[in-house]
Ligand binder design. Structure first.
Ligand SMILES: NC(=O)C1=CN([C@@H]2O[C@H](COP(=O)(O)OP(=O)(O)OC[C@H]3O[C@@H](n4cnc5c(N)ncnc54)[C@H](OP(=O)(O)O)[C@@H]3O)[C@@H](O)[C@H]2O)C=CC1
Ligand SMILES: O=C1O[C@H](COP(=O)(O)O)[C@@H](O)[C@H](O)[C@H]1O
Length: 493
């Protein structure tokens, strides 16, 4: 790994420091950046949550998390111990302006006044405004302070506005970092390179040459321990409103004028605003929502249903799967359908973008050559595959065609580990670089599109389908594409 420039000394204050996100993603990501020499030793990571833990208890929990979530080959004992020394813990109720705040204040004020402070809110979004208000009341918002808001921001446009207004009273917009970890994924960023550094693609990137686009984020896991959050959220709010719409923006946007954050965000915003609204009465035609029932893994193990995962006697109308046929009303995209889907307990863990090109208008070969297809694999096995027609080498009396792939597997091609998305994003906040974070108007535009779908579902205008855990989702999702004469990637021939 080449020498990476370290960031300035910082204090990272994590609210929700005992939670799933901190343990599974944030601490491992910070460990990797520390291991690679990017985090100076004087920096501190201060965990806060209501649980009454000592600093040693918290370090012990963090050590367990590193053992579980960092690859064993990457976990060096001595480095991990030095990393754990950066950790502190303050027991505090973020929702209340009580007597526990001075402990945090005292700890922060031990550092020089101009030290960078990152307040990372890894708690329920309903707490964001109150935590910021308390930070301000305690005099903890300095000129060098930034706040990171996890997604989803709110549960609809109205609640998102309320949160953004509340947080905005204490932090200026350029110090608010709305994180969407999909933007930190290497292959998602690579879309910008692929599209705007390779004219061979960009010249074909429109309805002139593209038949349709699919964006998939499929997971094999169920709701795990996150039932209480997830059951109130569902797949549309959890994945589509943020991650998939952001990926769609990068696929569909016009070239930004530069790599300045606002230049990119302006282009993304135009796409969000050009999404054809799906009215509540149209949800049955353009959306499919599903919930996993009991099923089986590929090797025959029984998988519980969503209701069983939630716990005894649970009932729920929450979707764990969504498929949507979206359209972008713009000159570039005409009537090109963008099929989005995301679900839990599906057959494979796979996030990818499929760009299906149009077939040749005329064939001089026996049979019609297959249309080209570009598959951008976001995870796992990050890479790009372009399927092309080539001459079948079998010596026959006619020139027949065979499909072949031009394939780049990034890890293999570059011989380097692909970092987790959070590794990049957590240090971008310290650097004060907002390019991979979401501006307020983007969040609002995304909710504006999602809200009528939620309303249609709440009015029961699209029935909740079931699908067997371990499958590719409800049959109705197949039908959604079949109506256009299309098929999901796994069904394509
Ligand atoms: N987990 C994930 O994979 C992802 C999560 N997110 C988002 O991150 C956020 C956190 O998610 P997740 O970690 O899963 O949630 P968890 O429920 O696992 O953790 C919540 C954390 O918040 C703390 N907490 C709860 N109430 C308070 C309070 N009043 N004051 C201070 N701390 C409090 C809890 O600790 P205690 O009970 O001790 O106070 C706990 O540390 C959510 O907004 C979620 O949507 C986003 C992307 C992925
Ligand atoms: O934000 C979230 O993302 C994860 C999926 O992330 P990935 O990087 O593994 O694709 C999802 O499991 C979770 O429900 C959601 O909140």
């Amino acid at each position: 790994m080449p020498q990476l420039p370290p960031v300035d000394v910082f204090d990272y204050i994590v609210f929700g420091a005992t939670g799933d996100l901190t343990m599974r993603k944030l601490l491992p990501a910070l460990y990797y950046r520390y291991r690679d020499g990017q985090i100076p030793d004087q920096s501190r990571i201060i965990g806060t949550a209501r649980s009454p833990l000592s600093r040693a208890d918290y370090q012990e929990r963090a050590e367990k998390a590193l053992t579980e979530f960092v690859k064993p080959a990457d976990l060096d004992g001595a480095t991990a111990r030095r990393f754990l020394d950066l950790l502190h813990y303050v027991s505090l109720n973020g929702a209340e302006a009580d007597s526990t705040w001075p402990a945090l204040k005292g700890l922060l004020e031990q550092a020089p006044k101009d030290r960078i402070r990152v307040y990372y809110l890894a708690t329920a979004p309903g707490l964001y405004g109150q935590i910021c208000e308390n930070l301000s009341a305690q005099g903890l918002v300095t000129g060098q302070s930034r706040v990171v808001l996890e997604k989803p921001i709110g549960t609809d446009l109205q609640s998102a506005d309320a949160i953004n207004d509340h947080v905005g009273r204490y932090f200026p917009e350029n110090h608010i970092f709305r994180i969407d970890h999909y933007l930190g994924k290497e292959t998602v960023q690579n879309l910008i390179a692929l599209r705007f550094a390779n004219p061979v693609f960009e010249r074909l990137w429109s309805s002139d040459a593209i038949d349709y686009v699919q964006i998939t984020a499929a997971e094999t896991v169920g709701v795990e321990s996150r039932g209480p959050y997830y059951d109130k959220s569902g797949a549309l709010r959890d994945m589509i409103q943020n991650h998939l719409l952001q990926v769609l923006c990068l696929v569909a946007m016009d070239p930004p004028g530069s790599l300045e954050a606002d230049s990119l965000r302006n282009e993304k915003l135009k796409v969000l605003r050009a999404l054809r609204p799906i009215a509540p009465g149209d949800v049955a035609a353009f959306t499919v929502r599903g919930q996993y029932a009991r099923g089986r893994t590929g090797d025959g193990h029984t998988l519980p249903s969503y209701l069983e995962d939630l716990g005894e006697d649970a009932t729920s109308n929450t979707e764990t799967y969504v498929a949507i046929r979206a359209e972008i009303h713009s000159w570039r995209w005409g009537n090109v359908p963008f099929y989005l889907r995301s679900g839990k307990r599906l057959a494979e863990k796979c996030s990818e973008i499929v760009i299906q090109f149009k077939a040749a208008p005329w064939s001089i070969f026996p049979g019609t050559p297959r249309a080209n297809r570009l598959v951008i694999r976001i995870q796992p096995d990050e890479g790009v595959t372009l399927s092309v027609s080539t001459k079948d080498p079998t010596p026959t009396d006619s020139l027949t065609l065979r499909q072949a792939d031009i394939n780049i597997a990034f890890e293999k091609a570059f011989g380097t580990r692909y970092p987790d998305a959070y590794e990049r994003l957590l240090l971008d906040v310290v650097r004060g670089d907002p390019i991979l974070f979401i501006r307020r108007d983007e969040v609002e535009a995304a909710w504006r599109w999602v809200d009528p779908i939620l309303r249609g579902w709440a009015e029961n205008k699209a029935p909740l389908q079931t699908y067997p855990a371990g499958s590719w989702g409800p049959e109705a999702a197949r039908a959604l594409l079949a109506e256009d004469g299309h098929a999901w990637h796994e069904d394509m021939t």
